[in-house]
Design a protein around this ligand. Sequence first.
Ligand code: HEC
Length: 156
Amino acid sequence: MKVMRFPFIALVLLALATACVTLLQSGTRAYGSMVHAKQAQTSSAAIARGKYLVEDVARCWECHTPVKDDGSWDRNQWLRGGRVFIRPVVPNGNWAERAPGIAGFPGFTEEQGEHILEKGEAPDGRALQPPMHTYHLNHADAVAIIAYLKSLSSSD
Ligand code: HEC
């Protein structure tokens, strides 16, 4: 009898071990998809916050969207760059004529964009030309703004 019991116990242990591995695997898969869902949620939350900061707080579009002949901003060219329409009252030799297109965030890496928005200077350390503001945003806000700008198309 003793001889027979050993293979039986071994079989039960093997079955238990297989069940554990299967459970662990499905648990890992479930955790993986939770992480993906969380990341997607975070980036859509970041885009929504970036949109709010760009449109309602910093109002980047006032300079970075072209103005139509009737004086209104061209919604079809949203944030695609335009002629600067404001002039300094006191002459300023460094005043920029144009604001570049920032829809799609072309021309800069995310790190460079973070530098511009967090340090208030160009990525190479050059002083930004007014009327571009020297923003000193916190990192999360800069990341959110760049995520929103990257979600936009730079052309039709
Ligand atoms: C009052 C006008 C104005 C507003 C508001 C404004 N910008 Fe600008 N921006 C400019 C002008 C003009 C330039 C070109 C000056 C320069 O590059 O030195 C510029 C340049 C830039 C550049 C390129 C910088 C570089 O290193 O060449 C980026 C990126 C940028 N702006 C992003 C933004 C974002 C994002 C916002 C909103 C959070 C914003 N701007 C708000 C006028 C503005």
